[in-house]
Each structure stands twice: as C-alpha cells, then as structure tokens.
Design a protein around this ligand. Structure first.
Ligand code: SAM
Length: 276
C-alpha cells in the first residue's frame, strides 16, 4: 500500500470518528475563517462543501456516477436527497466503509475511473476531490462515455510553474489551463460554471496548522521528553529509530500558506453540448 493511500484510509477513519460523517474533502468557508479554529468548525465546513456541491447539480440530473466515492459519505447524503447513485474507487478499504453505510441498491465498484467498464450511462459524473488523481485524457474520454448531461468537478489544480508531483502520489495533478486546453479538444462538452474557490477552502489549512502547531506538536514533544526521562534505554532506541520522523512531525507546519501558492481550488460544471 502506498503512503498516500494509507493517509486517505487514516483520514477516513478520523473523519468517521471525529466528525461522524466520513467526508474526505476539505472544508468550504464562504464567510472566511471561523472565529475558533477547531476540528468542529472543519467538520461543519465539510458539510458546507457538500451543500455548495449539491447546489450546483442541474435540476435535470437524477442518476449520478460518484467517481472517487471515498467512504460513501457524499453518496449517502445524495441518496437521502433522492438521487440514484453508483460509486467507484480503487480503494477497497474505503469501498468497504462505503458499502457498510450505503443501501444495497447503491453499487460500489473496486476500480479507478480509467478501468471502469459498465454498459450504462448516468446523467452526471461527480468528482469530489478525486479528479486530480486521474490522468486528464482518460478522464475526459470516460466522462464522454458515461455522462449524458453533466460532470461536476470540485477539486484542486496545480498552479502553473509548480512542479508536477510535489506532494502527490502519481504526479497527475494538472493545471487549470491544461484542463481547459484538453477540454477544447472535446467538442461535445463546454464549461457551464467555473469558479475559483481557493480562498474559501484555505481556512481548512489554517485549522489543520493550528491543531498541529498549538496542540499535537507540543503534546508529542512533552510525551517524548517524559519517555526519555522515565525509560532512558527504550527512549534512546526509539529516538534512534523514529527520532527524525518525530522531528518532522513536530516541526511547525505552514500548509495554509503553501496551499494557495501551489494550488487553485475550483468548482467546475461541464455540460454536454446539444446536437448541432
Ligand atoms: C480525497 S478522496 C475524496 C472522497 C469523496 N469524493 C469525498 O468528497 O469525500 C479521493 C477519492 O478518489 C479515489 N481515487 C483515487 N484514484 C482514483 C482513480 N484513478 N479513479 C477514481 N477514483 C480515484 C480515492 O480512492 C478516494 O476515494
């Protein structure tokens, strides 16, 4: 298992336990950062992300293919709103969590979008923070094959000049310009909505930085010191094996500044062009 996959599984477990909903996307803060940077505020902002996404679904849409369905939290909430869902994700771990919470009528496929192969179509393909995992050309080809009406992408794009692959598993994160250029080659589709929401997403990292720098790191530093004092031999062995990793964990993080420098977060709705 890749470290990035493990991180997603870990975040999924935290999301279920801490927030109770299992969303794996960032928070959406249209009114700016919360007065108190807490995980509770982040959980509420993940719900706001979902609400903003739903508001963008065209009224004609009934059937949705949830591409990169995570723990099934979006699918469950969409099902409750009357949509018919089908889900896919290459993570068998996340899919097991999704199957446990979704009604049996919602199929969950253990596959990436590139390898998805069913003889059905859907009104809309949904990419909730999953588009950046998928190569651009196969993703657009699969949208054309599966979506009869729309595609909704709520995800981040690499800024021009930022090296491909920084922080990423497969280095597949495309720039917005690359996305638009590739879409131009697909005459069947047009951009119906394209909104830069980076500023509304960024407080996610203000909160995560705060939780780490003000709470987790000082706690770990105290724990480490106490361990070295009370168990000197074991403490030295642990420092030898894990010291550098722990130094890295307790180093102050600045994700809130780095995120907006490297990425732009966008809500994009694609619409299939009518004949002629
Ligand atoms: C950050 S999570 C988002 C989960 C969910 N959409 C949400 O909003 O909470 C990204 C999801 O994309 C999935 N994924 C990764 N590579 C993929 C691929 N090639 N095709 C489809 N989904 C993929 C992951 O397994 C995970 O379910």
């Amino acid at each position: 298992m890749k470290l990035k996959d493990f991180r997603l599984d870990f975040e999924a477990m935290l999301s279920e336990v801490v927030y109770g909903h299992g969303f794996l996307h960032y928070g959406y803060f249209p009114d700016g950062p919360p007065a108190t940077p807490s995980l509770q505020a982040l959980g509420a902002a993940q719900q706001a992300w979902f609400d903003r996404m739903v508001a963008e679904i065209p009224s004609q849409v009934t059937t949705i293919l949830d591409v990169g369905s995570g723990t099934g939290a979006n699918a469950l909430a969409l099902t409750a709103r009357g949509y018919q869902l089908e889900c896919l994700s290459p993570s068998t771990q996340l899919n097991a969590m999704a199957r446990a919470k979704l009604p049996e009528s919602v199929r969950v496929h253990d596959t990436g979008f590139e390898g998805f192969d069913v003889p059905r179509q859907f009104d809309m393909c949904l990419f909730g923070e999953s588009f950046h995992y998928i190569e651009l050309a196969p993703a657009l080809a699969a949208i054309d094959r599966y979506a009869t009406h729309s595609a909704l992408i709520f995800d981040y794009f690499r800024r021009p000049g930022v090296e491909r692959g920084v922080d990423s598993g497969g280095g597949r994160r495309q720039t917005h310009a690359e996305f638009c250029a590739a879409l131009d080659q697909n005459p069947g589709w047009q951009i119906a909505h394209d909104e830069d929401v980076t500023e509304a997403i960024q407080p996610t990292f203000v909160i995560l930085d705060h939780v780490k720098n003000a709470h987790v790191a000082p706690f770990l530093t105290r724990l480490r010191g106490e361990f070295r004092r009370s168990r000197p031999v074991l403490g030295r062995i642990l420092e030898w094996g894990l010291g550098r990793r722990m130094d890295k964990i307790v180093r102050p993080s600045e994700r809130s500044e780095r995120f907006a420098e490297r990425y732009e977060y966008r809500l994009i709705r694609l619409a299939r062009r009518g004949p002629g």
